[in-house]
Design a protein. Structure first.
Length: 68
Protein backbone atom coordinates (compact mmCIF):
# COMPACT_ATOMS: atom_id res chain seq x y z
CA UNK A 1 0.00 0.00 0.00
CA UNK A 2 1.33 3.41 -0.92
CA UNK A 3 1.80 5.99 1.82
CA UNK A 4 0.02 8.51 -0.38
CA UNK A 5 -3.34 6.73 0.04
CA UNK A 6 -5.75 8.34 2.50
CA UNK A 7 -6.10 6.58 5.85
CA UNK A 8 -9.81 6.03 5.25
CA UNK A 9 -8.99 3.61 2.43
CA UNK A 10 -6.78 1.41 4.64
CA UNK A 11 -8.14 -1.98 5.57
CA UNK A 12 -8.42 -2.85 9.26
CA UNK A 13 -5.37 -5.12 8.83
CA UNK A 14 -3.21 -2.10 7.91
CA UNK A 15 -3.91 -0.20 11.13
CA UNK A 16 -1.92 -0.61 14.31
CA UNK A 17 -3.67 -1.54 17.54
CA UNK A 18 -3.91 1.50 19.82
CA UNK A 19 -1.71 1.39 22.92
CA UNK A 20 -4.76 1.86 25.13
CA UNK A 21 -5.99 -1.65 24.31
CA UNK A 22 -2.61 -3.37 24.51
CA UNK A 23 -1.97 -4.78 27.96
CA UNK A 24 -1.02 -8.06 29.58
CA UNK A 25 -3.73 -8.02 32.26
CA UNK A 26 -1.38 -8.85 35.15
CA UNK A 27 -4.34 -9.13 37.49
CA UNK A 28 -5.07 -12.51 35.91
CA UNK A 29 -1.77 -13.92 37.21
CA UNK A 30 1.65 -13.93 35.64
CA UNK A 31 3.57 -17.18 35.57
CA UNK A 32 7.37 -17.28 35.46
CA UNK A 33 7.07 -18.73 31.94
CA UNK A 34 5.08 -15.66 30.87
CA UNK A 35 7.79 -13.35 32.16
CA UNK A 36 10.56 -15.32 30.44
CA UNK A 37 8.74 -15.27 27.10
CA UNK A 38 7.89 -11.57 27.41
CA UNK A 39 11.58 -10.86 27.92
CA UNK A 40 12.41 -12.63 24.65
CA UNK A 41 14.41 -15.37 26.36
CA UNK A 42 14.17 -19.14 26.03
CA UNK A 43 12.47 -21.03 28.82
CA UNK A 44 15.26 -22.78 30.71
CA UNK A 45 15.73 -23.63 34.39
CA UNK A 46 18.00 -20.57 34.75
CA UNK A 47 15.56 -18.13 33.12
CA UNK A 48 12.65 -19.57 35.11
CA UNK A 49 14.60 -18.96 38.32
CA UNK A 50 15.34 -15.40 37.17
CA UNK A 51 11.63 -14.87 36.51
CA UNK A 52 10.57 -16.31 39.87
CA UNK A 53 12.93 -13.97 41.70
CA UNK A 54 11.83 -10.97 39.64
CA UNK A 55 8.16 -11.74 40.33
CA UNK A 56 8.88 -12.06 44.06
CA UNK A 57 10.77 -8.73 44.15
CA UNK A 58 8.64 -6.65 41.81
CA UNK A 59 5.24 -8.35 41.63
CA UNK A 60 3.19 -9.31 38.58
CA UNK A 61 3.16 -5.79 37.14
CA UNK A 62 6.85 -6.18 36.26
CA UNK A 63 5.76 -7.83 33.01
CA UNK A 64 4.31 -4.49 31.87
CA UNK A 65 7.82 -3.00 31.72
CA UNK A 66 8.96 -5.77 29.37
CA UNK A 67 6.15 -5.41 26.86
CA UNK A 68 6.13 -2.71 24.21
Amino acid sequence: MSTSEPEASWSSEDRATPDSVLHSAPGTGVAPEDLVLASGRDVTPATLEWARKKLEREGPNCIERLLP
